[in-house]
Design a protein. Structure first.
Length: 235
């Protein structure tokens, strides 16, 4: 019991440090649904590990009804998890969450199939998951990563990276911007369609120049192409 109270006090103190909107410990205890969901999870996880699995699952659904946050009691969650404005957050059965992680509303740590083994992501320490982000499958997100709002992450993310986009791609790593020199590094249907259109336009230009009796236009340099496709990301 004493250990549980220490854990709750530690999590309340962590919320006060990380959320400028929090004015007092009493406010955090009474008004923060993310804290309520984590406290429910700690109880449900204890029950799950001692074989009371149906009760743990039922109580997790009660917690979801009360807080809007669904955490499977089998998930493994470290210390000082802060779920901020947590409505719609889902943490799956085999997810693993490290210490000092922050998760914003609508984020999902989900699976991509019906596998019975590890099928949910692992988050390292100090990870920040933006609102509406989806981290899917048995992948690893390294320590101190930031996942941008609305991103869909399907691959492992190395430590200290910032990920944005659908699908997610790294734009910052250890404070340094990652320059995309190859448009194929963003492998999504829209990029593929744009690449196909660009190729078709290039072929049409060459045919028009041949019909007009002109020489085939020179290829653009890689620098010119990069200037056309470069995207200015704002995190």
């Amino acid at each position: 019991m004493g250990s549980s109270l220490r854990t709750v006090r530690e999590e309340v103190a962590s919320i006060l440090e990380r959320d400028p909107a929090a004015k007092s410990r009493l406010e955090v205890v009474l008004c923060y649904s993310g804290l309520h969901a984590v406290v429910f999870y700690r109880l449900n996880h204890w029950l799950w590990n001692r074989g009371f699995r149906l009760l743990a699952r039922w109580l997790s659904q009660v917690a979801r009804l009360l807080t809007g946050i669904e955490i499977h009691p089998a998930a493994e969650i470290g210390r000082r998890l802060f779920i901020d404005h947590g409505m719609g957050v889902v943490i799956g059965e085999t997810a693993i969450v490290g210490d000092d992680v922050t998760i914003y509303q609508g984020a999902t740590l989900g699976g991509t199939g019906k596998e019975k083994l590890k099928r949910h992501p692992t988050l390292g320490n100090g990870v920040v998951v933006g609102a509406g982000a989806k981290i899917l499958g048995n992948i690893m997100v390294g320590n101190d990563c930031r996942i941008g709002a609305g991103s869909v992450v399907l691959r492992d993310v190395p430590e200290g990276s910032t990920v944005v986009g659908v699908p997610g791609h790294i734009v910052l790593q250890r404070g340094k911007r990652v320059i995309l020199t190859d448009p194929k590094q963003i492998s999504d249907p829209l990029s593929d369609a744009l690449a196909a259109v660009a190729t078709h336009v290039k072929d049409l230009r060459e045919r028009v120049h041949k019909l007009e009796g002109n020489e085939t236009p020179e290829q653009r340099t890689p620098e010119e192409l990069q200037a056309v496709i470069e995207i200015d990301y704002q995190i």
